[in-house]
Design a binder for this molecule. Structure first.
Ligand SMILES: *[C@@H]1O[C@H](CO)[C@@H](O)[C@H](O)[C@H]1NC(C)=O
Ligand SMILES: *[C@@H]1O[C@H](CO)[C@@H](O)[C@H](O)[C@H]1NC(C)=O
Length: 192
């Protein structure tokens, strides 16, 4: 009987330590994100979608990195405060789950975006995103202006062809009339 009781105590201890371990895991920071690599065009918007979970209220900080440049975009605690850097204040939107929206993209926005999550106990975790901003819009504009030029050229050609055909038609009519009335003065048929 005592033997079995002893085992029971050990089982309880194992169970307790597993439970504690699970609690510890549950308290760990998690950053879920469906997509880590994004490509956009100039003037478009981008949405860095993450879902941050941790014990207590997380502190979310987004940092931009490109080459030697590293700058803080903003820091916020959902429901507590939001501090977006002045350079970004008009373009950045912060979300409670840690996500960040950046609008009106520029070529210089290409680079790495790192989200750092810090929990109330002080431990932190981060996740990185790659954003590529393309110039496609300008190429589109160039393409458009070239097409417009081509269309204008075709229109001009058509007008010229119509004018020439009209002139040729009048000439033929005049020539026929002259043939029918050979005694007529040629100058009379000139106004064409
Ligand atoms: C985070 O929240 C935003 C807005 O509520 C939502 O659109 C987005 O899908 C969320 N992200 C994730 C990964 O759940
Ligand atoms: C907001 O962030 C900037 C730069 O990260 C910092 O200098 C400033 O003190 C912060 N302001 C507040 C109110 O936390």
């Amino acid at each position: 009987m005592w033997h079995f009781r002893l085992w029971d105590v050990q089982d309880v201890a194992v169970f307790l330590s597993i439970t504690l371990y699970m609690c510890h895991l549950a308290g760990a920071i998690s950053i879920q994100s469906p997509q880590r690599s994004l490509t956009r065009s100039v003037q478009e918007d981008v949405f860095f979608s993450v879902d941050v979970t941790c014990f207590g209220i997380p502190t979310i900080q987004w940092t931009f990195m490109s080459g030697a440049v590293s700058r803080t975009i903003g820091t916020w605690e959902p429901g507590v405060y939001t501090n977006i850097t002045e350079d970004y204040s008009s373009r950045v939107q912060s979300f409670n789950n840690g996500s960040m929206g950046l609008s009106d993209l520029r070529l210089q926005d290409s680079g790495y975006y790192v989200v750092t999550v810090t929990d109330t106990a002080g431990s932190s975790k981060d996740a990185g995103f790659v954003l590529k901003v393309n110039e496609v819009l300008y190429e589109d504009l160039q393409y458009l202006s070239v097409s417009a030029l081509a269309l204008a050229f075709v229109a001009a050609l058509l007008m010229l062809a119509t004018w020439l055909l009209d002139k040729a038609y009048r000439k033929i009519v005049a020539w026929r009339r002259r043939k029918e009335m050979p005694e007529n003065d040629a100058t009379e048929l000139q106004p064409l």
